[in-house]
Design a protein around this ligand. Structure first.
Ligand code: XMP
Length: 515
């Protein structure tokens, strides 16, 4: 395993992903981790991440200095390199000219760390500070026009540093450098494979659960579906999947999901029809947050009631993923002592905030995985491509795509419009390219004319976006002909809609969903 000590870089997660792409397991942990704690993890290598601070600031995060003396190979990246230099007696100062963006790397020593990295490779820089004096034992491996110490090493002690970011895609040769560090310097074997993960996860689930019963709230998304497959493989009918139909799913989705799991995958699903009670809870509610709150509460109530009827259960399976674990770990520092407190686990959104008295123990077999790794696992254990590649769908479903009050009439209208959007996006081969594609119903009416008749009906807004991770997004430049086709079909086929608009707002400043 390679451990990444996180000093607050936006790229720490990306470093972990890049290392895992070399089939070596990697974890991000707090920079506060002591040498003693680190030793217990037995890493074969350590990466000191970048970070937003200057090493000479009073409040600059420092790592336990003993870590640098443990004899484990270390690679410092940007801030991580500067910190290593400073802690070992070198000197870091503010550069006359910072370096942001692409820079050409000139190689002075093409051996171990820089093997297979080509002379004049483009590397991605983002720093205002530079190393002025290197500690004893270090030499320069590469420089750029503005940075004399762009890559450094103390070969004897296996300590390395790079001022650039090898993990970002713009760094040509960055992956080669990471592979050199992981395979040649740290001597890791490429054993982190999907198959190995599945085998290990099944073993762990069986060992943990024994002959006890496990409850899983299935939503039909890739995480809960993968979880269902994995648990079913591990413990068979000790697993109960509960699917709560709150009435805000897309057209025919609940029926299809249950049928698919039962008939094709032979995984039984307890279908709970709670449509009426969810709709009743939303009567007269127009505020988006209030809608979410009520849906969340109702979900918990139904979940509680049903788990008593179907139970008792000892374990609750949750689709917690690795980014949730990192996020919560990082924010869980006691402000008084600066100590890391127990890692808080985010709940699966569909089980958001289960009450404390529902005393389940947790099984979270996906907690080591990134989303793309979950997809690989799902695929490898037989999850169909349609689920693996499914667009994200929010827990509160169509209820947050109907602006204003949610009514049965509006739900039916939106379901029909949404189906047309999905059909046409699929027909035009765009599903994979888009992050999400859906319709939003506005609670206003506008005038139109159809066959000499005046209409006065709802508008629908199309929201088609491209995104890498949902954090930022852009509206998709799909062909006008496709927009025209979707608009024509919706206005002609969906009773109650007489106008279609296209949302051309990116995120930020907009969000992907409208509520
Ligand atoms: P926004 O609208 O914040 O959405 O740009 C970012 C991504 O998150 C999804 N989303 C949700 N997912 N529960 C979820 O599980 C929710 O309440 C929720 N709200 C938004 C959204 O679809 C997009 O992919």
């Amino acid at each position: 395993m390679i451990v990444i000590l996180d000093f607050g870089s936006q790229y720490s997660e990306l470093i972990a992903r890049r290392i895992r792409e070399t089939q070596v397991y990697s974890e991000v942990i707090s920079y506060r981790t002591s040498a003693e704690q680190l030793r217990q993890l037995s890493p074969k290598g350590i990466i000191l991440s970048g970070g937003p601070n200057s090493v000479y600031d009073d409040a600059a995060p420092q790592c336990d200095p003993e870590i640098l003396l443990m004899g484990i190979p270390i690679l410092g990246v940007c801030y991580g390199m500067q910190l290593m230099v400073q802690q070992l007696g070198g000197k870091v100062t503010r550069s006359q000219r910072g370096e942001y963006g692409k820079a050409e790397l000139h190689i002075d020593d093409p051996t171990d760390l820089l093997t297979n990295v080509e002379e004049s490779s483009t590397m991605w820089m983002s720093h205002g500070d530079s190393c002025q004096e290197l500690p004893d034992g270090f030499e320069v491996l590469a420089h750029t026009d503005n940075t004399p110490c762009a890559a450094i090493a103390d070969h004897q002690k296996h300590l390395y540093g790079v001022q650039f970011h090898p993990e970002v895609v713009h760094s040509v040769g960055g992956i080669a450098l990471i592979r050199n560090f992981v395979y040649h310097i740290c001597d890791c074997e490429p054993t982190w494979t999907t198959e190995a993960f599945v085998e290990e996860a099944i073993r762990e689930i069986r060992a943990k659960v024994g002959d006890k019963r496990v409850l899983l709230a299935l939503s039909g998304g890739v995480d809960s579906s993968t979880l269902a497959f994995l648990l079913h493989k591990a413990i068979g009918d000790q697993l109960t999947c509960m699917f709560i139909d709150q009435g805000f799913m897309r057209k025919l989705e609940p029926e299809r999901l249950v049928k698919l799991f039962q008939d094709e995958f032979h995984i039984p699903v307890e279908y709970v029809n709670a449509r009426d009670r969810f709709l009743a809870r939303l009567e007269g509610v127009t505020d988006p947050e209030e809608k979410r709150r009520r849906i969340g509460h109702e979900f918990i109530r139904v979940f509680e009631e049903q788990s008593k009827i179907l139970g008792p259960f000892d374990y609750l399976a949750q689709g917690t993923l690795y980014p949730d674990v990192i996020e919560s770990a990082d924010t869980n520092v006691d402000p008084k002592t600066g100590e890391r407190v127990a890692v808080k686990i985010k709940s699966h959104h569909n089980v958001g905030g289960l009450p404390k008295d529902l005393r389940f123990k947790l099984v979270e077999p996906l907690r080591k995985l990134f989303k793309d790794e979950v997809r690989k696992v799902g695929r490898s254990i037989g999850l169909p491509e349609a689920i693996v590649r499914r667009h994200p769908f929010p827990g509160p479903g169509l209820a947050i795509r109907i602006i204003g009050e949610v009514t049965a009439e509006r739900l039916n209208i939106l379901r029909d419009a949404d189906l047309i959007v999905r059909q046409e996006i699929n027909r035009h081969g765009l599903y994979k390219e888009l992050w999400q594609a859906f319709a939003v119903l506005l609670p206003i009416r506008s005038v139109g004319v159809m066959g000499d008749q005046r209409t006065y009906a709802y508008p629908v807004v199309l929201r088609l976006v491209s995104s890498e991770d949902g954090m930022t997004a852009d509206w998709s430049r799909v062909p006008y002909e496709l927009l025209e086709l979707i608009s024509n079909r919706i206005v002609n086929e969906v009773k109650g809609v007489n106008r279609v608009a296209y949302d051309i707002t990116s995120k930020p400043p907009g969000t992907i969903e409208w509520e």
